[in-house]
Ligand binder design. Structure first.
Ligand SMILES: Cc1cc2nc3c(=O)[nH]c(=O)nc-3n(C[C@H](O)[C@H](O)[C@H](O)COP(=O)(O)OP(=O)(O)OC[C@H]3O[C@@H](n4cnc5c(N)ncnc54)[C@H](O)[C@@H]3O)c2cc1C
Length: 376
């Protein structure tokens, strides 16, 4: 029996525990985190962390820049030959190796006295009024509160809602150090290429620089939001093959893997009595698939909600969804949700050329003033 059980130790789970340790240390000591893998565990991700994520970690006393990373100075949004380069100071974003980033967060969490059980996959979650039962291969745990931080395929979410919501599909591969396309000239540039929209995607193809064991490399992939499930759809691996060929790469030379991202949807429930959802289990950026800062921010709100629940002996979590929607996190997710509805509806090349060409200054303003810097 634990006061709080957090299912999953990605950014959302560790952030919840770290924020609990900051605002209610007595609760952090009675918190158990259940993780199906063992850190550093594999996690499919581009590894791009915007300054919002850094800011949330800084408020926890954590300086993520101490970890090995690749600085991205220019983020280039484009459609065919129309280009919108965005440069932010001191960097546009930084790219981390996700297994290392997550293992570092876990270490910080353990230093705060939180208990972690690895190699413990949760099979099901059963709230029963007085507590929540969490069934694992290792036995059954009971908690007063359970936090679902178990990612896009969340088991915990199934206890809260069966609503599928919007689930984006992604494919990714790493171009390893030494590959001819890994050149110093492009090592501080990241690409977001929307040219795949007329091919039947509702998303973009990315090409990020990164470090693999300290050596320059790149990671590339394709992100398809599925905002409009009934619209004609291109074949995801086929589109990835086509875009990588345009970049001079042969897809068969690389190891491609896929993973979904659950997008935020304002209608989807985020809680039920004694159970809260955070991170991808709740729904993160539906427009660009940026999930790490949002997962960290969910953790902060969930920790506040849990501390208030123990103070007031009220575990209904009836106000969690409203508070999320009214927070900087919720307002930003809402903006991205709305932008995505427009961006991926305008699938004709003429519209996309307009957006990333003549309307580029307006897009730049939206990105710089409405989408980023929400957590700083
Ligand atoms: C290909 C790809 C590229 C991406 N690129 C970026 C990017 O560049 N920048 C960015 O900000 N975001 C990116 N994202 C999104 C980002 O990875 C996620 O939003 C983020 O990881 C969500 O954090 P989380 O803690 O909610 O979930 P996760 O990071 O998925 O963590 C969930 C944890 O729960 C564990 N778990 C799952 N099920 C169980 C279970 N049943 N029992 C116990 N433990 C369980 C998992 O092992 C994992 O440790 C990308 C996603 C993908 C798929």
């Amino acid at each position: 029996m634990y006061d709080i059980i957090i299912v999953g130790s990605g950014p959302a789970g560790t952030s919840t525990a770290l924020h609990l340790a900051q605002i209610a240390p007595h609760l952090a000591e009675r918190t158990l985190v259940l993780e199906r893998g063992r850190h550093p565990r594999p996690k499919l991700c581009g590894g791009g962390l915007l300054q919002d994520g850094e800011a949330i970690l800084r408020r926890l006393g954590l300086d993520v820049t101490a970890l090995p990373h690749q600085d991205v100075l220019t983020a280039r949004f484009h459609f065919e030959d129309r280009q919108l380069p965005i440069r932010r100071a001191p960097v546009s974003f930084r790219v981390f190796e996700r297994p290392r980033l997550d293992a570092w967060l876990v270490r910080a969490m353990l230093e705060q006295g939180v208990t972690l059980h690895e190699d413990t996959p949760v099979r099901s979650v059963h709230p029963n009024g007085a507590c929540v039962e969490v069934l694992t291969d290792q036995g059954t745990y009971q908690g007063h509160v359970v936090v679902g931080a178990d990612g896009s395929n969340s088991i915990t979410r199934r206890a809260v809602t069966r609503e599928p919501g919007q689930v984006a599909r992604l494919l990714k591969f790493v171009v390893p150090p030494g590959d001819p396309v890994v050149t110093p000239a492009r090592q501080t540039e990241a690409d977001f290429d929307f040219s795949i929209i007329p091919w039947g995607s509702q998303g973009y193809a990315w090409d990020f620089p990164m470090l693999v064991d300290g050596e320059p490399a790149r990671n590339q992939g394709i992100y398809d939001t599925r905002y409009y499930p009934d619209a004609p759809h291109g074949n995801l691996p086929g589109m990835l093959r086509q875009i990588t060929e345009k970049r001079g790469l042969e897809l068969d030379d690389y190891h491609v893997k896929g993973h979904p991202i659950r997008g935020f949807s304002p209608q989807a429930p985020l809680a039920m009595p004694r159970v809260l959802l955070v991170g991808d289990a709740a729904g993160t950026d539906p427009c660009f698939g940026e999930g790490i800062p949002f997962s960290l921010a969910y953790g902060e709100l969930a920790a506040q909600e849990i501390a208030a629940a123990f103070d007031g002996d009220d575990f209904s979590f009836a106000g969690y969804q409203r508070r999320v929607l009214r927070s900087a996190l919720g307002r930003n997710l809402m903006r991205r949700y709305r932008l995505g509805r427009v961006l991926y509806r305008l699938r004709h090349p003429r519209w996309q050329r307009l957006l990333w060409g003549p309307l580029g200054p307006a897009m730049r303003w939206i990105i710089e003033h409405r989408l980023i810097d929400w957590a700083r």
